[in-house]
Every structure is written in structure tokens, then in C-alpha cells.
Ligand binder design. Structure first.
Ligand code: FAD
Length: 391
């Protein structure tokens, strides 16, 4: 087997890259360890920055996104029993976010690739990378009991945090920067009409809570919990009880409850490897960096990385110039570190810290009051949240 770009992973990064390359006439093969059904059902992120929406629409895969995505012009911060709206669009010259599930983005991209004759090999196991320091690297994988070898010009490591591509870089080739947080998120998807038109971020003495949505009938909600807690410790009535308390803003507002369709606990981590390249291997998305989800940046960073990579590969194939490929890591890392900082800042402001004697709490309240009371501070949050055009 032979292709120009072997892409490992059919998440947002791998699929957007494959699509952008195809638009430039550059062929690729996507190798995905899971089944199509599995990746199309995996519930994860749901907030698209303006730049991600523009890219998907511009690339011809935004039709359903435009029809079904919910455009939000603001978010709400709740603390001390009161809600405060941050008018994102007003503060950013009209930019907005769109609430549209990551699995819907993935579905749209898979359909577009397959309809255009693109190649996605699902259930490709035992993926390994070879000859990355040569002009003809290879990816080996198993499918249907047979071992295959895919020769290519470049490998795109888009296989997420737990993939194999990052580990294919020889020891000493990457520097890791990471931070673990002493809390996790318990997330649920519920068949309950959202009790809010815009996303609510709540800071409460009992911990952080977030009210988001996926449609007019489905709510997505999160609660801060301990990283060592299990789902067994959180029966439905405890989840709803905590959400009601932490999100409660008084004034007669109450959360709509309903059957819980999905639940899971996600640990929070900041993680970056530098550089995002080794030889002919280019890492993109969660394979290279993780942000705590508080800033809603994970999927957007994955899309931003592969936009840079697609441009660099296009230039290489058109002109033979490697300058953009050589700059790939440095170009991406500027945006990555901005998003890392913003996500850490939002996380620090909105979560309860274990062992806090009261000073953290007061500092956080002071920060929240400042963000909601000062136009300059609100603008800083807003422009990061909708996504900076240049970093
Ligand atoms: C539970 C959870 C909840 C999240 N919630 C949010 C949120 O609310 N907001 C937010 O902004 N971000 C959230 N994120 C982060 C966001 O979903 C990711 O940043 C985003 O998925 C990154 O896209 P990606 O394409 O880089 O990686 P992924 O989406 O992880 O895609 C990687 C793909 O590679 C495949 N793969 C892995 N290993 C191999 C292998 N060896 N061979 C072949 N294929 C392989 C995987 O099956 C997967 O399909 C969440 C993440 C998780 C795990």
C-alpha cells in the first residue's frame, strides 16, 4: 500500500486533515483503531470557536453545522447566587461560538470523505510507525487477521492522547510539560430540555458546575468531583441534587431534570510536548497536547493544528519548499500555549481547591467580580473563548 500522507486516528484532527488535503488533490489514508459506529457515537467536546466554524464551512463540510449548530453570543458566569452575562459577540466585534457536538463534526467529516472516495480504514489494530527519519516512512497495522504496510511521504499522528504516534519518537526527542489537577469532571448527557439559552459556568463553595446543551431536548452537564471518585458513588439523585445546588441562582430558576443517557468521569490535565514533529512524523491535536476542558479548547486546537499542517504539506507538494513544514511545530505551539494558559486560568478561577483555608476562595471571587465588572477583563475572557485570530 502507498499513499502520500498516512494519518493515524479518525478524530477531528485526522479527519479534518484528510479532508483539507483532498481539497488540494493530496491523497491520504486514515487508519482508525475503532469502528465507524464507535467514533461516531463518542460524546466529547461541543463548543466550536468562530475560526473552527469558518474553516469547516469554507471546506464544504459545514452544511449541517450551519443548520443544526446553536450559535451563542454570550456565556454566563454564576457565583455568589447571581448570574453575570459575558456578551462574547459584543466584546469581540461580532464573533461567536457554536454549540455542536464533536461526534456530529466527526459524522459530517466521515461522510464527506467516504462520499469523495477517501480511504478510512476502521478497526486497524497494532499500528506501528517505521523509518520516520527517512523520506519514505511506513505504518504497519493489522486488519482482518492480516498485517499490512502503508508506505508514505509523511505520517500525521492524530491518534489522541493515548495513541502510539507520540511514543514512536525516540527517547529524548520530545520534551514533556505537564500538570495534573486535584479534581475531575463528572459529565452527564441527559434527556432534559436545557434550562438556559447560553452555557453557564458556575463557581460554588461545593465546587464547579457547568450547564451546556446539545439540542433543544438534550442537556450536557458537568460537576467537579475528586479524581479518585467512581460513578458508583454518584447515583442519579446525588448528581441532580448537586447540580441544582451548584447551579442554583435563586430568583425562581431551576434546572430541568431528565433521564441520564450517558455519564463519565474525566480527569483534568495540562500537557504539551515540544516539538510537535520528529523526522517525517507530525503530531496534531490531543496526541501533542491536552487542555483541561474548562476553556472548551481541545477540539478547536486539534482543528487549528491540522489547518497549519495542511497548508505546509500543500506548499511542499506544490513547490518542494519545506519552510512551512519546518515551522509547523513553532507555529502551532504559539496557539497551543495561549490555549493552555487560558484553560488553566479558567480552571483555576472556577474550581474549588482542596485544603483551601479561604484565601483561594477569596482570590477567586475577586477575580470573578473583576471579570464581570470590568469591560477590559471581560474582553480578555471573550476574545480567548471565541478564539484569537492571531496569537
Ligand atoms: C471524555 C472526554 C470529554 C471531553 N470533553 C471536552 C469538552 O467538553 N470540551 C473540549 O473542548 N474538549 C473536550 N475533550 C477534548 C476533545 O474531545 C479533544 O481535544 C479532541 O477529541 C481532540 O481531537 P483529536 O482528533 O486530536 O483526538 P481524538 O478525538 O482523541 O481522536 C484520536 C483518534 O485516534 C484513534 N486512535 C487512538 N489510538 C490509535 C491507534 N493506536 N491507532 C489508530 N487509531 C488510534 C482514536 O480511537 C480516535 O478516534 C474531551 C475529551 C474526552 C476524552
Amino acid at each position: 500500500m502507498r499513499t502520500r500522507v498516512a494519518i493515524v486516528g479518525a478524530g477531528p484532527a485526522g479527519l479534518v486533515l484528510s479532508h483539507l488535503l483532498a481539497l488540494q488533490g493530496i491523497d491520504s489514508v486514515v487508519l482508525e483503531v475503532r469502528s465507524r459506529e464507535y467514533v461516531e457515537r463518542r460524546v466529547r467536546a461541543g463548543v466550536l470557536e468562530q475560526g473552527s466554524v469558518d474553516l469547516l464551512v469554507g471546506a464544504g463540510v459545514g452544511e449541517r453545522l450551519k443548520r443544526e449548530g446553536m450559535v451563542h453570543h454570550g456565556i454566563e458566569l454564576r457565583f455568589e447566587g447571581q448570574g453575570h452575562r459575558i456578551p462574547l459577540s459584543e466584546l469581540t466585534g461580532g464573533r461567536a461560538i457554536t454549540v455542536y457536538g464533536q461526534q456530529e463534526v466527526v459524522k459530517d467529516l466521515i461522510r464527506a470523505r467516504l462520499e469523495a472516495g477517501g480511504q478510512i480504514s476502521f478497526e486497524a489494530g497494532a499500528v506501528s510507525l517505521h523509518d520516520l527519519e527517512t523520506p519514505a516512512p511506513a505504518v504497519r497495522f493489522e486488519q482482518g487477521g492480516t498485517t499490512h504496510e502503508l508506505r508514505c511521504d509523511f505520517v500525521a499522528g492524530c491518534d489522541g492522547f493515548h495513541g502510539v504516534c507520540r511514543d514512536a519518537v525516540p527517547a529524548g526527542g520530545l520534551t514533556v510539560f505537564q500538570k495534573e489537577y486535584p479534581f475531575a469532571w463528572l459529565g452527564i448527557l441527559a434527556a432534559a430540555p436545557p434550562a438556559t439559552a447560553e452555557i453557564i459556568y458556575a463557581y460554588h463553595e461545593r465546587g464547579f458546575a457547568l450547564h451546556s446543551m446539545r439540542s433543544s431536548q438534550i442537556s450536557r452537564l458537568y460537576l467537579q468531583c475528586r479524581p479518585d471518585e467512581t460513578l458508583e458513588a454518584w447515583p442519579d439523585d446525588r448528581i441532580w441534587g448537586e447540580l441544582q445546588v451548584r447551579l442554583g441562582a435563586g430568583g425562581g430558576w431551576s434546572l430541568t431534570e431528565g433521564p441520564i443517557l450517558e455519564r463519565g468521569i474525566t480527569t483534568l490535565r495540562s500537557f504539551v510536548v515540544e516539538p510537535m514533529q520528529h523526522g517525517r512524523l507530525f503530531l496534531a491535536g490531543d496526541a501533542a497536547h491536552i487542555v483541561p476542558p474548562t476553556g472548551a479548547k481541545g477540539m478547536n486546537l486539534a482543528i487549528a493544528d491540522v489547518r497549519v499542517l495542511a497548508e505546509a504539506l500543500t506548499r511542499w507538494y506544490r513547490t518542494g519548499e519545506a519552510d512551512l513544514l519546518e515551522a509547523y511545530s513553532a507555529t502551532c505551539l504559539r496557539r497551543v500555549w495561549r490555549a493552555e494558559h487560558f484553560s488553566w486560568w479558567m480552571t483555576s478561577m472556577l474550581h474549588r481547591w482542596d485544603g483551601d483555608e479561604g484565601i483561594e476562595h477569596r482570590l477567586q471571587l475577586s477575580q470573578l467580580r473583576y471579570v464581570c465588572g470590568s469591560k477590559a477583563a471581560a474582553m480578555s475572557l471573550a476574545e480567548n473563548y471565541v478564539g484569537l485570530e492571531t496569537v
